[in-house]
Design a protein around this ligand. Structure first.
Ligand code: GS8
Length: 223
């Protein structure tokens, strides 16, 4: 391929950014990573490249920005599509549509109750924890006996879901449940995904994430 300049604007605890890091490493794409201060001081580059949402991740490929993690994953799969590179998206249009459905469903539901689990208290927090576990059980059913969500191969759904696992420890401590007990097959899948360098290199340590969430609670005045 011709000269490629690939830049990723990110933030270290963002699961959406981790998705992009995993996909780029799976494809063997070299890139420059720029950490954003998303809470206090977004860079002019972020504001220019994602003027609508002003959020990370943004992938900048040869000066052209692409926003929204799912959109970026699809772009990566289309652009770096030579024989040697693994396919992230299924070939079959139905399987692709199904994968997009699950990512969308997960992003709306689990990401939302994830926030409530650290940012709320009492009944609201308990309800969020219950909803979170129920959603993981639905995902566990979707996984079934397969090694990965789309079958034998690590693909789009695995890339989309696995980053959230680095928050399991935080949710367990804050909400007093045990993910392994609730969804043992999901935890087996987590361990299977972590055997890949793309995953273990892209996802931060769960204890650091916990410390970060405690800091964030302080920052927002949540005891
Ligand atoms: C979500 C990105 C997002 O929420 C995607 O890329 O899939 N739907 C988007 N990014 C957050 C960091 S992760 O919590 C972000 O950039 N927040 C900054 C802000 O809200 O100002």
């Amino acid at each position: 391929m011709a000269h490629q300049e690939v830049v990723l604007l990110g933030f270290w605890t963002s699961s959406y950014v981790m998705r992009v890091k995993i996909a780029l490493e799976e494809k063997g794409v070299r890139y420059k990573y720029l950490e954003e201060d998303i809470f206090h001081n977004k860079s002019p580059l972020l504001l220019k490249t994602n003027p609508v949402h002003k959020k990370v991740p943004v992938l900048i490929h040869n000066d052209k920005p692409i926003c929204e993690s799912l959109n970026i994953l699809q772009y990566i799969d289309h652009v770096w599509n030579d024989e040697a590179a693994p396919k992230l998206l299924a070939e079959d249009p139905y399987d692709r549509a199904k994968a997009r459905f699950w990512v969308d469903c997960f992003d709306k539901k689990i990401a939302d109750c994830g926030k409530k689990m650290w940012a709320s208290k009492g009944e609201e927090q308990e309800a969020a924890a219950t909803e979170f576990i129920e959603s993981l059980k639905v995902l566990e059913m979707e996984l079934g006996e397969k090694p990965f969500f789309e079958g034998e191969h690590f693909g789009l759904l695995d890339i989309a879901f696995i980053p959230f696992s680095c928050r399991f420890y935080t949710y367990e401590i804050l909400c007093n449940f045990n993910v392994e007990k609730e969804v043992p097959k999901i935890m087996e899948w987590v361990r299977r995904c972590y055997q890949r360098d793309s995953v273990s290199n892209s996802i931060p340590d769960q204890y650091k994430v916990y410390d970060f969430v405690l800091e964030k609670k302080k920052m927002y005045g949540i005891s």
